[in-house]
Design a protein around this ligand. Structure first.
Ligand code: LMR
Length: 334
C-alpha cells in the first residue's frame, strides 16, 4: 500500500516537473501609447513573430496605453525585473543618466527619416545604445515614430507665438531648453496625463508626432496644430540584461530574429501611420492644421538650433559632432 502511494506520488511529481518544463517563457512588454500607433503595432508584430519563431516557447504579453506602468515607472520596473521589455522614447533615457540619448531631442538635428537612419542604423546609434549596459539594460533596436509638431489652443505660426505658453514636454533637459529658447514654459508630464492636462487647461499645448496626437485624441482638445516638425521622437527597444543573457542561446537567437523583422516592420509603417493620422486629424475638423511656409520654418530653425550648442556640455560635444558627421548638418550654415 505504502509503495503504491509512493509510486503515485512520484508520478504526480514527475508530471508537474514536465508540465513546468513546458511552461512558456513570458516576456512582459509594457508601453505607453495606443495599439494603433507605430510602436503599438510593432510590439504586436514582435509578439506574434516571437511566438512563431520560438514555436511557442516564448509568450510575449503586450501591455499598451500605460496599462501597467507610466513613463518613469516602466524603466524602474524593467530594472527590477517586473517587466522584461519596453520601448521608451529616446527622450526618456536622460533621467536615467544616459545623457547621450538626448542628442535625438535636439531640435532640427534630422531633416528627414533618411538622415535619422544614418544614425540609428549605423555605428553612432550602436555606440549610444551600448551606454545602457552599465544600467542593467540591453538595447535591441531603434524603432521609428516621427517628427513632432506643436499644438495649442491659439495658433503657433512664429517662434514668438510660443512666448508665455505652458507646453507639455517629455522629461528631457534638451526639450526644456528648447521650449525656454522660445520663451515658453516647459511642463514635464507623463504621457498618460497629457490629454487631461490639455482638456482642463493645466497646459496650453504640447509637441508630438501626429500618430500620438491623434490616437490620444489630443486634437479634440487643441484648436491649432502647426506642422513644425521641429524634432524627432522615436524609441529604443530594451530588455532587462540579466533576463536576456539568461535565456537559452537558441531562444535568444530566435528572439533576435523576431526583433529584426519587427524593426523592419516598425520602420516601414511609421511614416505612413503618421500621414494617415494627419489626414484623420484634418478630416475631424476639430483642429486647424497649419503648414508653415519655408520662411516660417526657417524662423523656427534659427530660433531653435542654438539649443545644440547650449546643450553641448550636457550631451557631449563628440556625440553631437558624430551625428552631424553622419547627417551632414552644419549649424553654421543656416
Ligand atoms: C511622450 O511621452 O510624448 C512619448 O514618449 C510617448 C511615446 O512613447 O511615444
Amino acid at each position: 500500500m505504502k509503495i503504491r502511494h509512493l509510486i503515485v506520488g512520484m508520478t504526480v511529481a514527475l508530471c508537474s516537473v514536465a508540465a513546468l518544463a513546458q511552461q512558456p517563457i513570458v516576456i512582459k512588454f509594457s508601453h505607453v501609447v495606443a495599439v494603433d500607433t507605430p510602436k503599438g503595432l510593432a510590439a504586436e508584430f514582435f509578439a506574434k513573430k516571437a511566438n512563431e519563431l520560438t514555436k511557442g516557447k516564448v509568450k510575449v504579453e503586450v501591455y499598451p496605453n500605460s496599462q501597467l506602468y507610466k513613463d518613469k515607472e516602466e524603466l524602474e520596473a524593467l530594472q527590477l525585473g517586473a517587466v522584461q521589455m519596453l520601448a521608451p522614447s529616446l527622450a526618456k533615457f536622460g533621467p536615467l543618466g544616459v545623457k547621450e540619448f538626448e542628442v535625438f531631442d535636439l531640435p532640427y538635428i534630422f531633416d528627414d527619416y533618411n538622415e535619422l537612419h544614418r544614425v540609428t542604423q549605423g555605428a553612432v546609434g550602436k555606440q549610444i545604445m551600448d551606454k545602457l549596459e552599465p544600467k542593467g539594460i540591453k538595447g535591441l533596436a531603434y524603432w521609428d515614430n516621427g517628427f513632432k509638431s506643436f499644438s495649442a489652443n491659439t495658433p503657433i505660426k512664429t517662434p514668438a507665438d510660443v512666448k508665455g505658453k505652458k507646453l507639455r514636454i517629455q522629461s528631457s533637459k534638451v526639450l526644456e531648453e528648447q521650449i525656454r529658447s522660445l520663451g515658453g514654459l516647459p511642463q514635464v508630464m507623463a504621457f498618460s496625463e497629457v490629454y487631461q492636462a490639455l482638456q482642463t487647461g493645466v497646459v496650453d499645448g504640447t509637441e508630438n508626432p501626429i500618430s500620438n496626437l491623434y490616437t490620444q485624441k489630443m486634437h479634440e482638445v487643441q484648436k491649432h496644430l502647426t506642422l513644425t516638425e521641429h524634432g524627432y521622437l522615436g524609441y529604443a527597444v530594451i530588455v532587462n540584461k540579466k533576463f536576456w543573457e539568461g535565456l537559452p542561446g537558441d531562444v535568444r537567437g530566435q528572439l533576435e530574429q523576431a526583433m529584426g523583422e519587427a524593426t523592419k516592420y516598425a520602420n516601414s509603417i511609421a511614416r505612413e501611420q503618421n500621414d494617415k493620422d494627419l489626414e484623420a486629424v484634418k478630416k475631424s475638423g476639430k483642429t486647424t492644421v497649419y503648414s508653415p511656409t519655408k520662411e516660417e520654418r526657417m524662423a523656427f530653425k534659427k530660433a531653435l538650433v542654438p539649443v545644440h550648442q547650449k546643450m553641448e556640455s550636457r550631451i557631449g560635444k563628440e556625440v553631437i559632432q558624430s551625428v552631424y558627421k553622419e547627417t551632414g548638418f552644419d549649424p553654421g550654415k543656416l
